[in-house]
Design a protein around this ligand. Structure first.
Ligand code: ADE
Length: 248
């Protein structure tokens, strides 16, 4: 897969893509991520990329010509051009899964008070927001999208089963996790996890995953992919039954 990131601040983006899982996926050639300075697509000695808004209102708006020049150079058949913007569709694990099936993404980072409307209308295929808060630009959002998508590419995570287990993959939060020591400040790791009984352990993990989702993100249960047994657990939680009631 190839991901092109278009930004006025390459220095905010490039270092974060050089380490850890994404950095390794790049060195191994699984994903080809390139960062482009939008200023290089702006004409003239001053390489101007923004201007004041028609109708007043203050702030600066990103001009359409540099964005058009840059996007049109990068676009090829099958390319998906995405503008990161707080007014976009919400980015979720499901959107990440969909994008991970594509060959080529161009992530355009908006800045200032926004981009000229004609960029949205004619140059991008989609707008994505990473949440209901306003950042100074789309750079952090482009990093979020790049990492969430890269993790899903075949061969990126050592353990091929890991993406399926992650929070949200079945629409549920993850069960609690423990490592050594067995007792930390008088709190012991649950006995079942040290029992060696794999069937009981798997059941505990499923019950706790549904329980945690019920406690913290009940909204997710409306669309989660639950078995009939898991649906019974949810009904039990709603009647005040604790997760321990479902472990055997
Ligand atoms: N640019 C500024 N805020 C943003 C957000 N929440 N999501 C995506 N891009 C943004």
């Amino acid at each position: 897969m190839r991901i092109d990131i278009v930004t006025l601040f390459p220095g905010m983006v490039e270092p974060a893509l050089s380490d850890s899982i994404v950095g390794r996926a790049r060195t191994r050639g699984i994903v080809d991520i390139r960062v482009h300075n939008l200023r290089d697509s702006a004409p003239g000695k001053h390489r101007v990329t923004d201007d004041t808004p028609f109708g007043g209102g203050g702030g600066m708006i990103m001009k359409p010509e540099p964005l058009a020049a840059c996007i049109e150079t990068l676009r090829a058949p099958g390319t998906r051009v995405i503008l990161l913007d707080p007014a976009g569709r919400r980015f979720t694990q499901e959107v990440a899964r969909d994008l991970s099936q594509r060959q080529h993404l161009v992530l355009v980072c908006g800045r200032y008070e926004g981009v000229d409307e004609r960029v949205r209308e004619h140059l991008v295929d989609e707008e994505l927001s990473i949440g209901d808060y306003v950042l100074s630009g789309g750079e952090a959002a482009a990093l979020v999208v790049s990492e969430a998508v890269t993790r899903l590419l075949p061969g990126v995570l050592g353990d091929e089963g890991a993406p399926a287990r992650d929070s949200f993959s079945r629409g549920l939060l993850e069960h609690p996790q423990y490592t050594r020591p067995e007792v930390f400040r008088d709190c012991a790791v649950p006995d079942v996890l040290r029992s060696g009984d794999h069937a009981r352990i798997e059941r505990w993990k499923r019950v706790m995953s549904v329980w945690r989702t019920w406690q913290r993100r009940r909204d997710l249960l409306e669309t989660a992919d639950l078995s009939p047994e898991e649906q019974k657990w949810v009904a039990g939680f709603s009647q005040g039954r604790p997760p321990e009631d479902h472990l055997e």
